[in-house]
Design a binder for this molecule. Structure first.
Ligand code: ZN
Length: 364
């Protein structure tokens, strides 16, 4: 057993579910609030007057979902530390006897980091709910004034546009834009993975093991290719060097090391969504990792599934903002079509998927 950022996927899902619900809930409430009284000439004024009520409605809905997200984050970090320690104990075998249970120090730090990231997301969700509300009112006013559309048509068009975009503004260090759920998943997974790796490394270090070996990952993971199957020293110097360690059966052995663990991490090992892992390296006991059997499934297949899931979620938001039965039926058909595509792709490739990625029933 070993720990890898990929192992954090199930742990991130609980947090991501809460935020996906928040996003979907906002669009469905936007449609309800803005779709009211469209036949009245006082619509724009009424909606502006109703902005405070809408704000309270949104705040009331988001509060419990944000708490749920934070609770899930804490649980994820706690479970991550437990898994990191359990993985280390399994690798260490008899060496791990008499070691204390997980201290919780890694879980605590991980929870703080996730919570920090989530605060930004929470702020984006709350503030954008209000700004979309205001912008729809303005855009409808402009369209009606221009005489090109009815109020209903203009409201439907504006809502569809914002629903397609979703809650935006999540940009990673590489400048890429992320959809809300994918961003939350990525952020949580990254922190959870660090907790697992740190807890694992601390544990093996506590019994004097200084070396770890990098796995051979399934699918493509170019950034980590140079480290595959290589031995790294915890806390050692950078670059290739040799380390002399004691062997379990007595005597010592010199091991060729590729660099330090910190060096490998700074050069990309355990990047977000990385599929590599490390195990304690015990000379004479540890073996070179075997290439896992991916059964012909490629990295592209995994990316394709994520893309299909994002499209399904887009149609779910479209369904939430539909102002007419016709629009709702169209969005519903599209949503079901994409959900089926996700199921089919997962069945064809054997890739795991969580149905929550596309929708959550509880909000409606
Ligand atoms: Zn990797």
């Amino acid at each position: 057993m070993a720990v890898s950022p990929e192992d954090g996927e199930d742990l991130a899902a609980g947090v991501a579910d809460a935020f996906q619900q928040a996003e979907l809930g906002i669009f469905s409430r936007l449609a309800k609030a803005l779709g009211t009284g469209l036949g009245l000439d006082s619509w724009a004024t009424d909606r502006r007057d109703g902005a405070g009520t809408f704000r309270r409605l949104i705040t009331g809905m988001l509060g419990p979902l944000f708490s749920r997200g934070r609770k899930a984050a804490k649980e994820a970090a706690t479970e991550a530390e437990r898994r990191g320690v359990a993985a280390a104990d399994e690798e260490l075998g008899a060496l791990s006897l008499n070691l204390p249970p997980p201290s919780g120090v890694h879980a605590k730090r991980g929870t703080e980091k996730i919570t920090d990231d989530l605060k930004t997301v929470e702020h984006a969700v709350s503030s954008q709910a209000m700004s979309i509300y205001q912008r729809v009112v303005t855009e409808v006013g402009q369209a009606v004034e221009a005489g090109t559309m009815t109020r209903l048509q203009a409201a439907a068009k504006a809502l569809a546009k914002f629903a397609d975009a979703g809650i935006t503004g999540f940009v990673d260090r590489a400048g890429r834009n992320w959809e809300l759920r994918s961003y939350v998943e990525m952020a949580v997974r990254t922190h959870v993975a660090n907790v697992m790796v740190d807890a694992h490394v601390d544990r093996i270090e506590s019994v004097g093991v200084r070396l770890v070996m990098v796995s051979d990952a399934p699918y493509e993971c170019d950034k980590c290719k140079p480290w595959e199957g290589k031995v790294l020293e915890i806390g050692g110097p950078n670059g290739k060097h040799q380390v002399t360690v004691k062997q379990a059966g007595g005597g010592s052995v010199t091991v060729q090391v590729e660099g330090s663990l910190a060096e490998a991490r700074s050069k990309g090992l355990f990047h977000p969504n990385c599929r590599h892992s490390i195990t304690a390296y015990l000379p004479g006991v540890s073996r070179k990792p075997e290439k896992p059997d991916t059964k012909g499934v490629t990295y592209k297949d995994t990316q394709r599934l994520r893309q299909i899931e994002r499209t399904a979620r887009k149609w779910d938001r479209r369904r939430a903002v539909a102002l007419t039965d016709e629009e709702r039926a169209k969005a519903d058909a599209k949503f079901k079509q994409w959900r089926k595509a996700a199921r089919d792709h997962a069945a064809k490739t054997g890739l795991p998927r969580k149905t929550n990625r596309e929708r959550h029933d509880a909000v409606r």
